[in-house]
Design a protein around this ligand. Structure first.
Ligand code: PLP
Length: 389
């Protein structure tokens, strides 16, 4: 039995089968590449759903920060504070809209914190408006906001979870009432098929939230930091949210979730109202702070915008007949096909290019922001070649 088969078989034996996994075990990564247990090399154009999206695998600067912190202090609990979490919070808020941060480990947990904050701020308001085709996570609160197909078998959901349609402001207005605490929106719907809200809609949501006295929560778990060619994707729309949630790449490859509250709401959650035992632990926070610094030092916001535009342009210019639409922002790219994308995904993987396919027909590319030009070109070659077949 090969090492790979051995690990795959052990996975089936010992792990709860809640993921539709490929029969591949990843053993090593470097930059925009990783290797499976058979030694096969892949270009990583999805970085574990964006988790390692800033520096790719084992970026020397991030690795050094992690090793240094691992030798200094990894856990101390939240009866104390620690410098790395404060540094990460400062770097986030200074690049966003000020305010204050709560740390946890995942995007779903960040959204849970946002929901509690919105209910606490709303003093009796409890309803939350979210959007069809959204994704906010798998915990019961986040799941309540997420589409019905993920909820099946786990009902009942949180009372007051109301759905509206993206880019239909009148629908949001109709869905919101005096009991609505918040509306939560992804600045680009990622898992739901790379659906783009219009600027007009996002600005409309902002003023509607103000008028109705509800909080505007922006779920930036996929779209930040720097992924879309801005530090945070809400910045494309000329608005500021009341609350922003972060996850995935914000930990520089280690698990970090964050709920960022604007100054007006920064002190809503008082001692005892919320918590997370390992949230803001110095190890993960140091990795996150190093990732934020890396973005700054290497100008990765600008690089994401420039390389993403080039890549989208190149795919459009190729005029492959099965490509219906190319959309996205920065290095968060969706390619909608006129046929199911599964076969393209499989063929790319076989050729050593790992991408993603969501909502059946939408291919997604989200390479590390540091991906060198030669790897961007190589991935494009493979992708176009597979698409033409
Ligand atoms: C992935 C994702 C989540 C959930 O994050 P987890 O870390 O898996 O809990 C929430 N919101 C958005 C927009 C996501 O893409």
């Amino acid at each position: 039995m090969s090492k790979q088969t051995e690990i795959v078989e052990a996975t089936k034996q010992y792990m709860i089968p809640n993921y539709g996994r490929l029969p591949l075990a990843v053993v090593r990564g470097q930059g925009s590449r990783f290797w499976d247990a058979d030694g096969k090399e892949y270009l990583d154009f999805f970085t574990g759903f964006g988790l390692g999206g800033v520096g790719g695998h084992c970026h020397p600067v991030l690795t050094a920060a992690i090793v240094k912190q691992a030798q200094t202090l990894t856990a101390c609990g939240n009866y104390f504070t620690n410098e790395p979490q404060v540094e990460l919070a400062q770097r986030i808020t200074e690049r966003a809209f000020g305010g204050k941060v709560f740390f946890c480990h995942s995007g779903a947990e960040a959204n849970e914190a946002a929901l509690k904050l919105a209910r606490a701020a709303g003093k009796g308001r409890f309803k939350i408006v979210s959007f069809h085709n959204c994704f906010h996570g798998r915990t019961m609160g986040a799941l309540s906001l997420t589409p019905e197909k993920f909820q099946k078998g786990f009902e009942p959901m949180l009372p007051g979870s109301v759905k509206a349609t993206l880019n239909d402001l009148a629908g949001v207005e109709a869905a919101a009432d005096a009991e609505t605490a918040a509306v939560i929106v992804e600045p680009i719907q990622a898992e739901g098929g790379m659906n783009m809200p219009t600027k007009e809609f996002m600005q409309g949501l902002r003023s509607l939230s103000d008028r109705k006295g509800m909080l505007l929560i922006v779920d930036e778990v996929w779209t930040a930091p720097a992924r879309t060619g801005r530090w945070f994707a809400y910045q494309h729309y000329g608005i500021e949210p009341d609350v922003m949630t972060l996850g995935k790449a914000v930990g520089g490859g280690l698990p970090v979730g964050a709920c960022v509250a604007a100054p007006k709401w920064a002190d809503v959650l008082q001692p005892g109202m919320h918590g997370c035992t390992g949230g803001g632990n110095p190890l993960c926070a140091a990795a996150g702070a190093a990732a934020m610094k890396l973005i700054e030092d290497e100008d990765l916001v600008e690089r994401s915008a420039r390389k993403g535009a080039e890549l989208m342009d190149a795919v459009r210019r190729a005029k492959v007949p099965c490509v219906k639409d190319v959309r996205g922002a920065g290095l968060m790219i969706g390619i909608e096909l006129s046929r199911p994308g599964k076969e393209v995904f499989t063929n790319c993987l076989q050729r050593g290019l790992y991408i993603n396919c969501t909502a059946d027909t939408v291919l997604r590319l989200a390479p590390p922001l540091t991906t060198p030009d030669e790897d961007l070109a190589k991935a494009l070659d493979i992708l176009l070649d597979v698409l033409w077949k």
